[in-house]
Design a protein around this ligand. Structure first.
Ligand code: BTN
Length: 265
């Protein structure tokens, strides 16, 4: 057993495993403490969205981490989880998992897993991070109002999936990549993420940021995992947080227009 999952709290129903993990972290729970639920009644996604969490159909986990990192490097932990998820789905389930920056896991343009990273920090050090991971395992349909196409491991493989097996496979990789990040620094995880994600280089995307929308071509990651975008004026913008939409460029000239998001790259 590695750093993670040494202490596990299992619940039948919780509003959100992230909220329970935060309470435990505030009370001093050690690194690696993991909260799991069979069902969430108020599962949360990024950007204030909800996370569809029906009983027994998905994995709903939150892990308490206490990494010796400055707050600016905390996004690297989301990259760790994204890489662990993408590797598990590719290598153990033989599906073409992609990572949409920052950490949506897609199979053929449909979302199969997501990560919600919540940070509690002082000015110069992380106090704790709650790493929330949701995986669609055995759902066979999804509500129409999720805002993006979704899929599950069962829909993609045609087979009912065992939660414990997925969890064991995922946690082995989480442990490995987290230990590597702390021991070797950021280069291995940035490199692996860039290999696994079709969004890191050469994609024309639109990113919604608080100031508006930025359109540009992706050109790599910064040292802390932000997305670099080359805009039409040639400037490089660094996107720290936001929602990325892939645009299909219709014409490559000054009047180039971009069609709406293609969810199936
Ligand atoms: C996203 O893609 O928007 C992130 C989804 C994260 C969902 C997980 S499920 C376990 C944990 N508890 C929550 O309320 N959210 C995360």
């Amino acid at each position: 057993m590695g750093r993670l999952q040494e202490i596990v709290y299992r619940y039948d129903v919780l509003p959100s495993t992230n909220d329970r993990a935060r309470e435990l972290a505030e009370a001093g729970a050690p690194e690696g403490t993991t909260v799991m639920a069979w069902q969430q009644t108020a599962g949360r996604g990024r950007q204030g969205r909800r996370w569809y969490s029906p009983p027994g159909a998905g994995l709903y986990h939150s892990i308490i981490l206490r990494p010796p990192l400055p707050p600016v490097e905390a996004p690297l932990l989301g990259l760790v989880a994204a890489v662990a998820l993408a590797e598990t789905i590719r290598e153990d389930y033989h599906l073409p998992a992609d990572i949409k920056w920052p950490n949506d896991i897609l199979v053929l343009g449909r979302k199969i897993a997501g990560i919600l990273l919540e940070l509690e920090a002082d000015a110069d050090r992380v106090r704790f991070v709650i790493l929330g991971i949701g995986v669609n395992l055995n759902q066979t349909n999804f509500p129409a109002d999720l805002g993006q196409p979704a899929t599950s491991l069962r829909l993609e493989t045609g087979q009912i999936q065992e939660a414990d097996l997925f969890r064991t496979r995922l946690f082995a990789r989480l442990d490995q990549w987290y230990t590597l990040l702390l021991g070797m620094g950021r280069t291995p995880i940035l490199t692996r993420y860039s290999d696994l994600s079709s969004y890191v280089y050469g994609r024309t995307v639109q990113v919604e940021v608080p100031e508006g929308a930025i359109v540009g071509q992706t050109c790599g990651l910064t040292r802390s995992g932000a997305l670099r975008l080359r805009t039409r004026s040639g400037e490089i913008e660094e996107i720290v947080t936001g929602d990325v939409k892939h645009l299909r460029v219709v014409a490559e000239d000054d009047n180039a227009t971009s069609s709406s998001e293609s969810q199936r790259p």
